[in-house]
Design a protein around this ligand. Structure first.
Ligand code: DGY
Length: 320
């Protein structure tokens, strides 16, 4: 008898197809709309494997509804949507997608940093709205990236890839991380500093740390107050790491040059969110890893894990 797999989103059929050899598959048939919670809870009742996106919460409540569940595979490297402790208690495995999105996300972070510093989205709006009447010296002037100081909070795989790119812009690289990265320090000249020093000294503060109990609200009013008056804050990790109200108040008061945000406390962010009223906020819909190649590679990593489990093997990329 085939194992039962539930997929919480419509994924490309050619990617799902090979799994039919091992699984009896049911799937939420919408590509853009998140499966309503009550439908998800009903759908997991008989499934042994569950393939989710970062928009689905796999928590105690869901597990109670999924007595046969043995494997959860997550279409993301971040796994704050999964209660790993609750899974572990029940002997359920989880897998994610590390490695394949490192370069794509790091490229994107540099893009967001440049777009924010140099006011690129704002300038595009300015032109389309017919505001471009002439060229003048202080028109849409931005902030230089080359030669400035970047402070990276969270020096994992993606943080290091951002740092290597920043070197190409002759940036001085400061970082803060749970563990020192001695090898990277020696190889690339990254400099480890306390969070306080990083905030005080950086022209660009880039958040690359995972979202968990230690990092929730890590950047609040006090931390923002430590930053340089014309610093730029970039977040392409998870929304809850920054206190959005504090960020809004700080930007509104005229402190900070700008913020570039690809992630929000609540996603999608509502259009009446105060941050969206500020011209110096670049706001994007969580697209850090969104290249065709990388999203395909992420899906294929999940397929690999599901295939291994379907064949009775231990899946790779297990979250421990
Ligand atoms: C992740 O993988 O955690 C990203 O946020 C989405 O690619």
């Amino acid at each position: 008898m085939k194992k039962k797999l539930f997929i919480t989103r419509k994924f490309p059929p050619h990617i799902v197809e090979p799994l039919k050899e091992f699984y009896d598959i049911k799937q939420w048939e919408e590509e853009e709309i998140v499966i309503p919670r009550e439908k998800l809870l009903a759908a997991v009742a008989d499934c042994e494997a569950l393939w989710v996106t970062l928009a689905d919460q796999v928590d105690e409540e869901l597990l109670v509804h999924a007595p046969h569940l043995k494997l959860v595979t997550n279409l993301a490297v971040g796994f704050n949507n999964i209660d790993i402790k609750a899974l572990r208690k029940r002997g359920i495995m989880a897998t994610n997608t590390p490695g394949v999105l490192t370069n794509t996300t790091a490229d994107f972070v540099m893009g967001l940093l440049l777009a924010t510093a140099r006011r690129i989205p704002e300038s595009d709006r300015y032109l389309r709205e017919g505001k471009w009447k002439s060229w003048y010296p202080m028109q849409l002037v931005g902030k230089d990236v080359s030669g400035s100081t970047i402070g990276i909070i969270g020096m994992g795989r993606i943080g290091q890839a951002v740092a290597r790119r920043a070197k190409g812009f002759d940036m001085k690289i400061l970082y803060n991380n749970r563990r020192r990265r001695h090898e990277a320090e020696e190889m690339y000249g990254f400099q480890y500093v306390s969070l306080e020093d990083l905030l005080k000294q950086s022209d660009f503060v880039v958040i690359m740390t995972p979202f968990n109990d230690d990092t929730v609200g890590l950047i609040g009013a006090e931390e923002l107050a430590l930053m340089k008056d014309d610093a730029v804050l970039i977040n392409a990790s998870r929304g809850g790491i920054i206190d959005e109200n504090a960020l809004y108040e700080t930007l509104k008061s005229g402190k900070l040059w700008a913020a570039g945000l690809d992630v929000f406390e609540q996603e999608p962010i509502t259009l009446d969110h105060p941050l969206l009223t500020l011209p110096n906020v670049v706001a994007l819909p969580h697209i850090g890893s969104a290249s065709l190649q990388t999203r395909t590679a992420m899906l294929m990593l999940n397929v690999k894990a599901l295939t291994a489990y379907g064949q009775g093997q231990t899946p790779s990329n297990r979250i421990d």
